[in-house]
Design a protein around this ligand. Sequence first.
Ligand SMILES: Cc1cc2nc3c(=O)[nH]c(=O)nc-3n(C[C@H](O)[C@H](O)[C@H](O)COP(=O)(O)OP(=O)(O)OC[C@H]3O[C@@H](n4cnc5c(N)ncnc54)[C@H](O)[C@@H]3O)c2cc1C
Length: 499
Amino acid sequence: MNLLYDEAIDGPLPDIDRPALIKALREAAPGAALLHEAEQLRPYECDGLSAYRTVPLLVVLPETAEQVQAILRCCHRFQVPVVARGAGTGLSGGALPLAKGVLLSLARLKRILEVDPVSCVARVQPGVRNLAISEAAAPHGLYYAPDPSSQIACTIGGNVAENAGGVHCLKYGLTVHNVLRVDVITMDGERLTLGSEALDSPGLDLLALFIGSEGLLGVVVEVTVKLLPKPEVAKVLLASFDDVAKAGRAVSDIIAAGVVPGGLEMMDNLSIRAAEDFIHAGYPVDAAAILLCELDGVEADVAADCERVRAVLINAGAVDCRLARDENERKQFWAGRKNAFPAVGRISPDYYCMDGTIPKRALPMVLEKIGELSEHYGLRVANVFHAGDGNMHPLILFDANQPGELERAEEIGGKILELCVEVGGSITGEHGVGREKINQMCTQFNHDELETFHAVKFAFDPDALLNPGKNVPTLARCAEFGRLHVHHGQLPHPHLERF
Ligand SMILES: Cc1cc2nc3c(=O)[nH]c(=O)nc-3n(C[C@H](O)[C@H](O)[C@H](O)COP(=O)(O)OP(=O)(O)OC[C@H]3O[C@@H](n4cnc5c(N)ncnc54)[C@H](O)[C@@H]3O)c2cc1C
């Protein structure tokens, strides 16, 4: 099914008087940049999921939270939909614009407002890059733990919206576990503060509800994050296997041994070769799979854990297991993993990065099935992922210029996601649902559950103007996708059709 916005099944969007909207936005937020020429709009037509593109009606780039507020109020008055955008590195089409919608870029709100080494918190604007927070905290011996591989570019606002993860999230938690407070602006221009600097705050936990809401409930204008002390030492073990299933089993064995690694990542042969060619990380190019296991903490504990993990890995069938000699080699091992996506981009004209989560015990079986799907559809699949938390990232290699290849890649992707659900997992781990997995939401959730999501959306954004067509499918879409019972042409709750 076409993944671009389809008014027939995603809900009608109003026609907008563009010149009047431009005039009103200029008056409402005079300091904000407004792009409206075709060549200015083109760079914003997609995010990291570049197979899907739509040129937005307009792009607005405010510099202050007050301008964001004024822009949202104005768009609300015009009833024009708004799609928020950070750095546009998202891989699920969450920031994909609407032809009848305004793209609101938060990239210019990029000030670090405060680093407080006493309370171990930082207060930042949404357009601050993930890595810039750790860089600002480093002089105090602190850092921000969630580290998406895109951390050099992606913004904290985008991380909040996607509940982003990364290598260190197995031990230190996802974005939701590391953000204390967010300030958001709702579609009608109200500024809300969710959470507090304390560990708990009174009332319902709206902060947790908001984190991962993919720009559907409000626009983040300020984020307060936790900072952690940098571990005394960090060591990384690189284990190679002659069989992917053995590497999959070793992951469960490490966790079962009671060790919580700072990171536990797996790469298969295709991704090892691609990364090695690109980064020269020192990976064994003949291995069927490698595991990178980082252990961090105080020196004595780390030394003991390294020995325990090494024994588990050898016992699980690793043909080789070596500890990075020094800090340079440790960084090099991680550079290979962190650059694995762009490395795969060098060996294929296009790739489609899936994101699903499975129980760790299902890893060997799921990897085998992915291999079978790859063979059946005649498209290569590279696996590189956060193995410790069961978060898979199969990269499906294709050439969009070859007729039918994109459709085949989409089909494998859909089947992999359904497999994740079948084994008790979920259709996303950290990249969000966006536009990409909107159909699979109908597989993961029944209509009562989807109605609950619509009710939450309705409470924050009654006119459904924030990022419509993303994350939560309309019931009409699920009916079209064949996952909802339609009785005598009636959806179970016709009043919800337009959401
Ligand atoms: C090479 C590569 C590696 C990656 N590795 C990882 C990884 O390890 N872990 C991981 O989790 N992700 C990863 N990603 C995906 C992506 O980087 C994350 O999803 C990131 O959080 C997106 O941030 P962004 O600033 O680019 O957001 P965008 O792509 O601009 O937007 C993402 C979503 O957030 C919404 N949004 C953005 N800003 C705001 C705001 N201020 N208020 C409300 N909504 C907003 C958008 O509407 C959209 O729905 C990777 C991507 C790439 C290209």
